[in-house]
Design a protein around this ligand. Structure first.
Ligand SMILES: Cc1cc2nc3c(=O)[nH]c(=O)nc-3n(C[C@H](O)[C@H](O)[C@H](O)COP(=O)(O)OP(=O)(O)OC[C@H]3O[C@@H](n4cnc5c(N)ncnc54)[C@H](O)[C@@H]3O)c2cc1C
Length: 451
């Protein structure tokens, strides 16, 4: 693993909008800790925060390769949402009804916990309790969404409202929305502000965070209670327990390589809409919106009324390439799609475009896992595009496991679950490409819009 310091400002509008950050010092020399966490995104920061919240006497160190929030956590759509896995019906098919219910409960709890945490701690991250709307924009999507609503009823999902065409056309000035699934408990936030705030909150509890400290190598020894030896360019961290909170970047670590693959989702963003433009499109409820394709479109408003829209395709990579976040064709398609939904925005200027890596397991569901038999090294990955809420609750769960607590979360089925392995290259690339190809074809022939 080589080390090149990267400019975080170029990785998303959200990161750019933070202005100049004074990074924490890098790890230097030999340091000892109880819990070492690799990765300073939501998962790593939440795990560190929760360990300290439960037990202030346990020492925690986070090592981040760039700045905290540099990865998906500083670039995402900012939807605080309940989805576990790709769709409820796929989760049911893969895990069965009882586990599907358990997953849903975890996610409802995750969304509520994140919202209440942010509001009660007055966290500066532009949080809006505006809800989440899943729409169908053609007949094939209507059928699919009707089926998902049925599955949601069967699995006793809480808080789903079904919106018909009439209700949708009152809320939005578009004729493209034919059916909707609305969840009031959800919301939207400024993802990079949330990541940086969570960093400060974790530090205020005593978590030690080193930035620009990429982990180059991890080894384990028997002769010391500080079993894990974690090397960075200028330092060495020795810890009793270890957490990989590297999500899509887990592909860089031989220990985790087979469990997931990175896929890159891209976003474009408009200039702020004028009051008159806002009136023309409706959207006064400000809900985050997704459609019902395989490769969904996701779109939302920012605090200053820009539209952020992402999805439609993903980039898959060969080997350890983590630089697939830009794709001109994908950007242009997203711009065209927004004008298809809201033709009244014709002429709007797009000011930013970016992308970032999500972590994909072969069954598209998240996992919390242990490495080896000792249960002293853990990881969490595979949130696909739905990690904003899940990571915060996962961090709490991992802290509970690290502290050997017994809580309603520590027995969840996706902890230590069997993860179907990806094959090594070149087969991994071929397989990811084939899955992407199939989903793109299905969207083109069935779920996609004609324009
Ligand atoms: C464009 C985009 C849109 C998305 N939209 C949404 C959304 O609207 N709602 C939602 O719920 N989810 C969304 N997601 C998914 C969500 O952002 C992720 O699930 C979540 O941020 C994962 O957090 P994490 O901390 O696990 O991973 P990351 O935020 O990726 O953190 C991993 C960290 O590990 C660091 N790292 C890597 N290698 C090393 C190393 N060698 N040493 C030390 N540190 C290292 C990285 O720099 C990074 O900071 C989206 C993702 C993307 C990319």
């Amino acid at each position: 693993m080589g080390y090149v310091k990267r400019d975080y400002r170029k990785r998303s509008y959200w990161l750019e909008s933070l202005g100049d950050i004074v990074p924490n010092p890098s790890l230097k020399g030999d340091v000892k800790t109880d819990v070492a966490i690799i990765g300073g995104g939501y998962t790593g920061l939440s795990t560190g925060y929760h360990v300290k919240m439960y037990d202030s006497g346990t020492d925690v160190v986070v090592l981040e390769a760039e700045i905290c929030g540099y990865g998906a956590s500083g670039r995402n759509g900012g939807f605080n949402m309940t989805l576990f896995g790709l769709t409820p019906s796929i989760t049911k098919l893969r895990f069965g009804v009882e586990r599907g219910k358990q997953a849903r409960k975890f996610m409802e709890e995750a969304v509520d916990y994140l919202r209440e945490f942010i509001l009660s701690h007055d966290v500066d991250c532009d949080y809006e309790s505006s809800g989440y709307l899943l729409v169908a924009t053609n007949e094939a999507q209507v059928k699919r969404l009707e089926h998902e609503i049925e599955v949601a009823r069967e699995m006793e999902f809480d808080g789903i409202e079904v919106w018909d065409r009439e209700k949708l056309s009152k809320e939005f000035h578009t004729d493209k929305f034919l059916l909707g699934w609305f969840e009031k408990r959800c919301g939207i936030l400024h993802p990079a502000k949330w990541a940086r705030s969570l960093k400060s909150i974790a530090e205020s509890k005593g978590v030690r965070i080193f930035e620009y400290s990429p982990v180059l190598e991890v080894s384990k020894r028997k002769e010391s209670p500080y079993k894990f030896v974690i090397k960075t360019p200028e330092g060495k961290l020795m810890s009793k327990k270890l957490v990989f909170a590297t999500n899509a970047y887990s592909v860089l670590f031989p220990e985790l390589y087979k469990y997931q693959t990175p896929a890159f989702t891209r976003i474009v963003m408009t200039e702020p809409l004028t009051d008159e433009q806002m009136e023309r499109i409706g959207w006064s409820n400000r809900a985050g919106i997704e459609d019902s394709r395989d490769f969904i479109h996701y779109y939302r408003l920012t605090k200053d009324n820009r539209i952020v829209i992402g999805g439609r395709d993903v980039g898959v990579t060969y080997g350890r390439d983590m630089e697939k976040d830009r794709d001109e064709k994908n950007f242009e398609e997203l711009k065209r799609y927004l004008l298809w939904v809201f033709p009244q925005l014709q002429g709007i200027r797009f000011t930013h475009q970016w992308g970032g890596p999500v972590s994909i397991t072969l069954d598209m569901a998240p996992a919390i896992g242990f490495l080896g038999k000792d249960r002293d090294a853990m990881f969490a990955l595979g949130y696909i595009g739905h990690g904003v809420s899940a990571t915060f609750n996962t961090g709490r769960t991992m802290a509970e496991l690290l502290l050997e607590m017994d809580t309603p979360r520590t027995g969840l089925f996706f902890i230590g679950r069997k993860i179907i392995p990806f094959p090594p290259e070149p087969f991994r690339f071929v397989l990811s490409h084939a899955i992407r190809g199939y989903m793109r074809l299905e969207d083109r022939l069935k779920y996609g819009e004609k324009f």
